[in-house]
Structures are given as C-alpha cells and as structure tokens.
Design a protein around this ligand. Structure first.
Ligand code: DX5
Ligand code: ZN
Length: 222
C-alpha cells in the first residue's frame, strides 16, 4: 500500500486551511508538517499552534517531521496538538530510545529520519520501538531541492532491514522518503522500496498557487 504525504512547506501559508482541504479532497490521507527551528536546520517554519489549527479540519494523518534540537519537548507538544506520526533526527536527540518511547507514550507512531550521510545503524537496537523509518533524499531545511540519487541504494538497504525485521517480528515498519519526489522519479523510488512519499513542491507548486490536479498526477505516476 502506498501513501502520499503532501508537505505543507510548499503550500500557500496565507490560505493553509484551503490548501490542506484541496489535497484531502484529492485523496491524500497524510499531511506532512516540516518543523524547522533555525538551529538544527537553517530555516524556521511552524510550531504546534499550526497543528492545533489544522487538526479540527481533517481526519487525515498528521505526519510531523521534527528538524529541531532538542526534540523531546516539541515532540510532546505536537502529540498534544493532534499529531499522529512524529519522526525525528537521531543526531538531534541525546537519548534516542527515550525519545521514541516518549512519542509512543503520547499515543503517536514514532519514527527516525536519516539524513543523506547518516548511517542506518541508528535503527539497529530500537527496531521494537519504531513505527516509521524515513530517508531524506535531500539535505533537510528547504523544499524544492533535487533528489540525491544515492538515496535509491540506501532505500534498498533500509527495505532489506525492515523486511528482515518483519520476518522475525511479524511487524511492518513503514518506509518513507522525503525530498525531491516528483512525477518523473516516484515510480523508481517505489521500486527501491519506499511505501510512503512526501511531496512538497510537486503537489503544492511552491506557494504560488494551489492546483488540485498536481496531487492526481503524482499519484498516477506511482
Ligand atoms: C525538507 C523537508 C521536505 C520538503 C520536501 O527539509 O523535510 O519535507 O518539504 O519538499 P520537496 O518535495 O519540494 O522536495
Ligand atoms: Zn519533511
């Protein structure tokens, strides 16, 4: 089963509720929130208040990508603001195992996200606490960047680990890809093993205008 998670980073923030409504109407069942703190990454975006504002508008899964340091307080705040999936960068947490547990204790699914140069080994001893593994296919901080081709090999490696874990445990961990996902590469990315696809500029058109057909063309390309 494939999921598209449109990233509101590329939406028109002056009409964010309508933008979210448009992609939900097109069939999106996840909405990706890029949370940046001008500290872990060189950009500043949205906090839990925006999640609180969007939550009553939709039953869609709110997929929070925390690009912040420290992690724990904001993870808890987003959980209480209505997030469903909370994924963080392991380098940004002093105690990865504890942060994963904290997210689950708040009733959310917990994920780790790997920067292009971050080894997958971070997941080895916390598989039982993981619901989502996300690979960055661009360096985090901005929408509209080019997909880094080496991510395809890394995806295959991550999928092999998740397959082996499923064999052993009977539990499937989701494999999400974030950055540079477009109509012309999404099928190849799916073949490499991703089941969940963040798409920002491909869906929202970089804040210029909202076009409901963009979502349809991304999903049609899968
Ligand atoms: C980058 C963000 C991405 C970004 C993707 O730090 O994590 O989610 O919005 O945008 P596109 O799809 O335009 O690469
Ligand atoms: Zn993201």
């Amino acid at each position: 089963m494939y999921r598209i998670a449109p990233s509101i980073l590329s939406a028109n923030f002056a009409k964010l509720g309508d933008e979210v409504g448009n992609v939900i109407a097109s069939g999106a069942d996840w909405i990706h929130f890029d949370v940046m703190d001008n500290h872990y990454v060189p950009n500043l975006t949205i906090g839990p208040l925006v999640c609180t504002a969007i939550r009553p508008l939709t039953k869609a899964t709110i997929d929070v990508h925390l690009m912040v340091r420290p992690v724990d307080q904001l993870a808890q705040d987003f959980a209480r603001a209505g997030a469903n999936v909370i994924t963080f960068h392991p380098e940004a947490s002093d105690h990865v195992d504890r942060t994963l547990s904290l997210i689950r204790e708040e009733g959310c699914l917990a994920g780790l996200v790997f920067n292009p140069a971050t080894p997958l080994d971070y997941m080895d001893f916390v598989m039982d606490r993981l619901d989502n593994v996300m690979l960055m296919s661009v360096n985090p901080g901005f929408g509209g960047q080019q997909f880094i081709p080496a991510t395809l090999d890394k995806l295959r490696a991550a999928k092999a680990r998740l397959d082996a874990y499923e064999q052993k445990s009977g539990r499937r961990i989701m494999l999400e890809i974030d950055g540079g996902v477009k109509v012309d590469n999404i099928a190849e990315i799916a073949r490499a093993g991703a089941d969940t696809f963040v798409a920002g500029s491909a869906v929202f058109g970089a804040g210029k205008e909202s076009d409901p057909h963009r979502y349809d063309s991304v999903i049609a390309a899968l």
